[in-house]
Design a protein around this ligand. Structure first.
Ligand code: BGC
Length: 257
């Protein structure tokens, strides 16, 4: 199949819904074979696979909880054993838990940090080890958040995880540049996906947020997938160590008083 990612294999974590699903479908429509990762909901992963197929692309499904080291190694292993290569890693899987700082439990802290940060860290490690050994180039794209930089009261665990992803990206860009592996973040703002269901159901909260978004609307998963495609494609070959904010200007919002 032709396309901007023809012949490439891409792992997209958490690709059963939301931004991950949009990226998986977009990559498949551009000729990549996509490794669709899911933790619990095979039905959602199957939906992504059928949409990828409808878009003219190919995919395989792999069950992996990214917070589990053995699962991350198996996820990369499956890409090689079933597809023979793995060129692109999109660390997308992410969760958030709302709690005032004093109420954060150890279980919530571990859940958020383990998926959002430990998962991305060790999956990148498994991905890079293979490329290093085979002397092949690669692309790592982390789906971070505006909250890698911007405060989010009552979501301290989420902010800690995303701040960690910001520094992981910068550090890996330096370490992996000589291996011709690029590392970048996409930092979405408020995107209409299941992670924001509660927000979208609360009109007052949503209206207040929309006032802070320069473009006056929430983003769509495809607002994000287009930037991911750019970073994964030849057009993004010389980009590394960068965060791309896809937030309608949320992080630049301006208040006179
Ligand atoms: C969070 C959303 C939040 C948005 C803007 C995202 O990273 O997942 O819950 O609405 O940032 O603050």
């Amino acid at each position: 199949m032709s396309g901007r990612l023809a012949g490439k294999v891409a792992i997209v974590t958490g690709s059963g819904s939301g931004i991950g699903q949009a990226i998986a479908i977009r990559f498949a429509s551009e000729g990549a074979t996509v490794v669709i990762d899911y933790r619990n909901h095979i039905d959602q992963a199957q939906e992504t696979a059928s949409k990828a197929e409808a878009a003219g692309g190919k995919s395989i499904l792999v069950k992996a909880d990214v917070s589990n080291l053995a699962d991350t190694q198996n996820l990369v292993g499956q890409a090689y054993s079933q597809l023979g290569r793995c060129d692109i890693l999109v660390n997308n899987a992410g969760i958030e838990k709302e709690a005032a700082f004093c109420d954060v439990t150890e279980a919530d802290y571990d859940a958020v940090l383990n998926v959002n940060l430990k998962g991305a860290f060790f999956l990148a490690q498994a991905f890079v080890r293979r490329l290093r050994d085979a002397k092949l180039p690669g692309r790592i794209i982390n789906i971070s958040s505006v909250h890698e930089d911007m405060v989010f009261p009552n979501f301290s665990t989420y902010c800690v995880s995303k701040g960690g992803i910001r520094m992981l990206m910068r550090d890996l860009a330096v370490e992996l540049g000589p291996l011709n592996i690029t590392v970048n973040n996409i930092a979405p703002g408020a995107i209409a996906t299941p992670i924001n269901n509660k927000l979208m159901d609360n009109k007052a909260q949503l209206d207040a947020l929309l006032k802070n978004i320069l473009l006056g609307r929430m983003g769509t998963p495809d607002d994000v997938s287009g930037v991911a495609l750019f970073l994964a494609s030849d057009d993004g070959a010389y980009v590394t160590g960068a965060t791309y904010f896809v937030d309608g200007g949320l992080i630049r919002n301006y208040h006179e008083q």
